[in-house]
Design a protein around this ligand. Structure first.
Ligand code: SF4
Length: 328
């Protein structure tokens, strides 16, 4: 499958949003030669976005550790001995100070993450106060708090929440190998509540958890067949944290990671694709290939929830080397 750069009618057809991607079509994309796949992803990327712009988000853990869920990749699960102590929900003022610092460092979106299965209503009221305060600074707001009921999603919307992150993580078939304390359908229901409340959806997954390529295909198929594509699609590379069940998961070939980014870009052409967790262990060259494959968002700052993230200065140097600038 190849594409001429000047074939504009073909290009605009490729940018059309589709919700009927089949697994065999997605598998065929994964199987393209690397140059063909990257060219196709980059061609689509240029149609929908400025390829030199990267959206920058900052992620703060507002309530760390002690989570009752058993996500096998997560150091915040209370079931694993990872050295992370359970903390209380941060006070609003402390969150606001972090948000101001993020804004000064160039972030346009501030994401607040809490290690909960689902928020209690009294905690949600605090989060709503944070959302209002952060938004008043002129930042877009995002939260990731676990499963939400319909009224909780509506309360967050009333507080002014712009985005809600809730990942599908992997394929429906592989999900039970990674998490046993909830099912795929629970995720889909929360996503629907968020969408129905009028909040933008941030939803992606993690690769490198020992899944097969068929599972990566299944994950992209699940994301691309949502009734509305997520506005933001984070693609994470597993961070293998000592003490979690996936501490010794086999390392995924970086080219397969880049392929996953490219296939996400092709199948969800209008979504911002976020190069998310795992950048700390990635070479500059791999990250550059991810941008070429259509990634156009990163988390910026020294901590990504509880795992290390490249220092801000390293990010700035890489963006300068590549001639990338922050998306307004
Ligand atoms: S990923 Fe979220 S839900 Fe799962 S254990 Fe970690 S904090 Fe809990």
């Amino acid at each position: 499958m190849s594409l001429a750069a000047d074939d504009s009618s073909t290009l605009s057809a490729l940018c059309r949003v589709r919700h009927d991607w089949t697994r065999s079509e997605i598998g065929a994309l994964f199987a393209l030669s690397f140059p063909d796949l990257i060219f196709r992803a980059q061609s689509i990327h240029r149609q929908c976005f400025d390829p030199a712009e990267v959206q920058i988000s900052t992620l703060l853990s507002i309530k760390t550790g002690g989570c009752p869920e058993d996500c096998a990749y997560c150091p915040q699960s209370a079931r694993y001995h990872t050295g992370i102590e359970a903390e209380k929900l941060m006070p609003v003022e402390a969150v606001l100070a972090e948000a101001r610092a993020a804004k000064n460092a160039g972030a346009s979106r501030f994401c607040m993450g809490a290690a909960w299965r689902s928020p209690k209503d009294r905690d949600l009221a605090h989060v709503c106060a944070m959302v209002k305060a952060v938004r008043a600074l002129g930042l877009e707001t995002c939260a990731t708090l676990g499963m939400l009921t319909r009224p909780q999603a509506q309360a967050l919307k009333r507080a002014g929440l712009d985005y809600y992150n809730h990942n599908l993580d992997t394929s429906p078939e592989f999900y039970g190998d990674i998490i046993t304390t909830r099912v795929y359908q629970d995720r889909l229901e929360t996503l629907q509540h968020v969408r129905d409340a009028g909040i933008h959806v941030c939803c992606g997954g993690i690769v490198g958890m020992g899944e097969s390529r068929a599972d990566r295909i299944g994950m992209i198929a699940a994301l691309a067949s949502l009734p509305v594509h997520p506005e933001s699609v984070p693609i994470n590379m597993l961070v293998r944290v000592a003490g979690t069940p996936l501490a010794d998961a086999p390392v995924l070939d970086p080219f397969e990671f880049v392929r996953t980014i490219a296939v996400a870009r092709i199948t969800m052409p209008r979504s911002v694709v976020r190069l998310s967790a795992g950048r700390e262990d990635m070479s500059e060259e791999t990250q550059a290939l991810c941008f070429l494959a259509g990634a156009n968002s990163i988390f910026y700052g020294p901590k990504l929830l509880t795992t290390a993230n490249p220092e801000r200065d390293r990010d700035r140097v890489l963006m300068e080397k590549l001639g990338l600038s922050p998306m307004e």
